[in-house]
Ligand binder design. Structure first.
Ligand code: AMP
Length: 428
């Protein structure tokens, strides 16, 4: 199948050729003809599948077919909502790239950037707005934008918008749209809450679901290291240093944890930057830029900050902390093994997180291989119970101090203690 066979016009075919895409990806093959035909769409597709082009290309084509050079101030014809600034920025870049040979005007409306500049652009009138919900609502309240002419709405990464608590904002925005409009809902996972949303906002939708073509065991090797929490940092430094990993995205649970790990890795001599929601937009852009350029080896990020990042050919992803939501494991490892290249997704799992590992494996319907060759005594990840909120952890591997009668005393040999001072690879 070629892009031309999908019914795209010359201007878009040229833009796609400039990007160097030879053939459409499965989600593009399925979604583009449906969107061109005006259908509403529920698409189960995650980052890395080519989903952005699958909605951007037909959206541009439909708008260009009725192009009005005198777009009225504050009115927009297409609205793309994305959960994070980074994702919105990437979608914006895609719209600009694919729309290069079309006269359509696109504007990014995201937090962290000058509201004055955005206001001026909106007041001039633009065809397409790519927005995060919060900033868009600011502009709506200030009457800088009106949504009454929107012909196409895209909800990108809808499951993430749901997780991040944006649904009330999204519903508020949706209420301002005309009844007659095309709506495209993209979501990496389609839990019940997304199905409910789809039922309320989509009109007789076509459904498309693709697995990420390269998110298979074939080219992403997944491994779990059973390791006590207190040795995780040491093991990470060792893995990065001894294997000379040049580009590693490390996921942590909290912003504070990201800052702390960044500092520790820098102390270990590893060029590291952190990316999280408390950083200014400038600092976030810089961290990402340095990472992409190879000026930093390790980017430590929270899920929210890393969501939707388009970093090609990322060779290594490390789960320093396991995600709270099992679906995030899939999002995280989706950062690696892009475009047919191989990647490794490594999880450093302490006994306290063993129940999260069980949840992830339940979702994946398979076991992730464990590695014992760490130079550490492996810890057992046998699960007893998921901890209740605020309750002491009930997870243990061996007969260790957490379950011994002497609750205060640590055993002489703690589980997972390095076998010989520094972690070393076992000789074969
Ligand atoms: P996305 O799933 O939209 O985040 O896209 C992931 C990556 O795939 C981006 O870097 C795109 O530039 C790239 N891409 C999109 N469509 C194609 C295609 N048909 N062939 C090759 N790469 C593509």
């Amino acid at each position: 199948m070629t892009f031309a066979q999908l019914g795209l016009t010359e201007a878009l075919l040229n833009a796609v050729a400039e990007q160097g895409y030879a053939n459409p990806t499965p989600v593009q093959e399925q979604a583009i003809p449906l969107i061109l035909a005006g259908r509403d769409l529920l698409a189960g597709a995650q980052t890395g599948t080519g989903k952005t082009a699958s909605f951007t290309l037909p959206l541009l084509q439909r708008l260009a077919a009725n192009y009005d050079p005198h777009q009225k101030p504050c009115l927009v014809r297409a609205l793309i909502l994305a959960p994070t600034r980074e994702l919105a920025a990437q979608v914006y870049d895609s719209v600009v790239a694919y729309g290069k040979f079309l006269p359509l005007h696109v504007e990014a409306v995201v937090g962290g950037a000058s509201i004055g500049m955005q206001t001026r652009q909106l007041k001039r009138g633009c065809d397409i707005v790519v927005a995060t919900p919060g900033r868009l609502i600011d502009h709506i309240q200030q009457r800088n934008i009106r949504l009454s002419n929107v012909e196409i709405l895209v909800l990108d990464e809808a499951d993430r918008m749901l997780d991040m608590g944006f649904m009330p904002d999204v519903k508020q925005i949706m209420a301002l749209l005309p009844k007659q409009r095309q709506c495209l809902l993209f979501s990496a996972t389609v839990p019940n809450a997304i199905k409910t949303l789809a039922a309320s906002v989509l009109n007789n939708p076509a459904e498309v679901a693709v697995a990420k073509a390269n998110a298979t065991a074939d080219n992403i090797s997944e491994l779990v290291y059973g390791i006590p929490r207190e040795y995780k940092r040491e093991l990470l430094s060792y893995l990065v240093g001894s294997n000379n990993w040049r580009q590693v995205l490390v996921f942590v649970r909290t912003k504070h944890g990201a800052d702390r790990l960044e500092k520790q890795l820098i102390e270990d001599g590893i060029r590291t930057a952190a990316l999280h929601g408390d950083k200014t937009q400038g600092a976030r852009n810089k961290a990402l830029e340095y990472f992409k350029e190879g000026k930093v080896q390790v980017l430590v990020a929270t899920d929210v900050a890393a969501r939707g990042l388009d970093i090609d050919d990322l060779p290594h992803v490390v789960n320093f902390d396991l995600p709270q939501v099992p679906e995030d494991y899939i999002h995280r490892i989706g950062r690696t093994g892009r475009a047919g290249s191989s990647g490794a997704a490594i999880s450093l799992v302490c006994p306290e997180e063993a129940w999260q590992l069980v949840e992830i494996e339940k979702l994946l319907k398979r076991q992730i291989p464990r590695i014992a060759d760490t130079g550490y005594e492996p810890v057992s990840l046998k699960v007893m119970d998921a901890p209740k909120k605020n309750a002491p952890n009930k997870v243990t591997g061996k007969k260790d101090y957490r379950h011994s009668k002497k609750t205060t005393a640590k055993p002489a040999t703690r589980p997972g203690k390095p076998t010989a001072g520094k972690p070393r690879k076992k000789s074969k």
